[in-house]
Write a protein that binds this ligand. Structure first.
Ligand code: ATP
Ligand code: PRP
Length: 219
């Protein structure tokens, strides 16, 4: 691999399956080891000699790219908006990974603990949550969880939750109902701003992803 190689960061979970064909059309194709489930490597060769892929957690994709440890990546707009990193640029909406971020509460009304101006919310998104409630003049006390938010109201950890919703199945199966939608979400191509300015390969990749997204939109 050449010394000045590019690193492309992808999340390891559900976005990946939808992202791989989009990446392939932009010329980002992992070598075979990437698809081997028993492989514990985190960094993979691609069919381009000057590029490798790293597979990390969704929130960490943004961190690697913002710090320039990876030049490009794919991540949900939820992660971009939660962190609001100034060194991160999100030039292309990839039109995959659609879901939304919502406030939810127990269907039986049992979780509404708190006063009109103060609520306790369990979430993976404390910044987006606080901002949402501030706009309504409500102070949100956030309990940060990394998953399984839906358990919090039943167990008395918080009155409501703020979490991602797609089909609504997870909320329903845990006795919760959606109350307010905060934002619509889709996956974006992200790039490090400095790398975009200094490396023409990054700009060329942005154009390749953009052209593919526009073609799909027009189809
Ligand atoms: N139910 C859903 N339907 C569609 N997209 C979703 C859904 N849940 C999450 N997402 C999107 O997928 C992203 C998470 O991506 P992915 O699951 O590939 O990453 P991950 O690294 O496994 O995440 P985590 O760190 O939560 O384990 C979220 O940030 C969001 O943009
Ligand atoms: O509306 P639905 O289609 O049911 O999808 C919503 C669920 O999907 C996400 O979790 P994920 O499956 O990514 O697992 P996680 O809890 O590990 O984040 C999200 O946090 C919800 O729990």
């Amino acid at each position: 691999m050449p010394q000045n190689s590019l690193t492309f960061a992808v999340p390891k979970g559900r976005i990946l399956e939808e992202a791989l064909p989009v990446m392939a059309r932009a010329g980002v194709v992992p070598e075979d080891g990437f698809h081997d489930k028993s492989n514990r490597a985190l960094s993979f060769a691609t069919t381009r000699e000057d590029m490798r892929l790293i597979r990390v957690r969704a929130f960490d994709v943004a961190t690697f790219v913002a710090h320039g440890a990876a030049q490009l990546g794919i991540v949900g707009s939820d992660v971009i908006e939660e962190f609001d990193y100034s060194d991160l640029y999100a030039p292309v909406d990839l039109d995959i990974g659609h879901c939304h971020l919502s406030v939810a509460e127990p269907a039986d009304g049992s979780g509404d603990v708190g006063t009109a101006s103060h609520l306790r919310i369990a979430t993976k998104y404390p910044n987006l949550t606080r901002r949402h409630f501030e706009r309504q003049g409500i102070q949100a006390e956030c309990v940060k969880l990394n998953g399984a938010m839906e358990l919090a109201p039943t167990l008395g950890l918080a009155g409501r939750i703020v979490d991602l919703v797609s089909t609504g199945r997870t909320l329903k199966d845990n006795g919760l109902v959606e109350k307010d939608k905060i934002i619509d979400i889709s996956a974006r191509l992200i790039v490090n701003r400095a790398a975009l300015k200094t490396d023409s390969r990054v700009a060329a990749l942005v154009e390749a992803f953009r052209a593919d997204a526009e073609k799909r939109k027009a189809a």
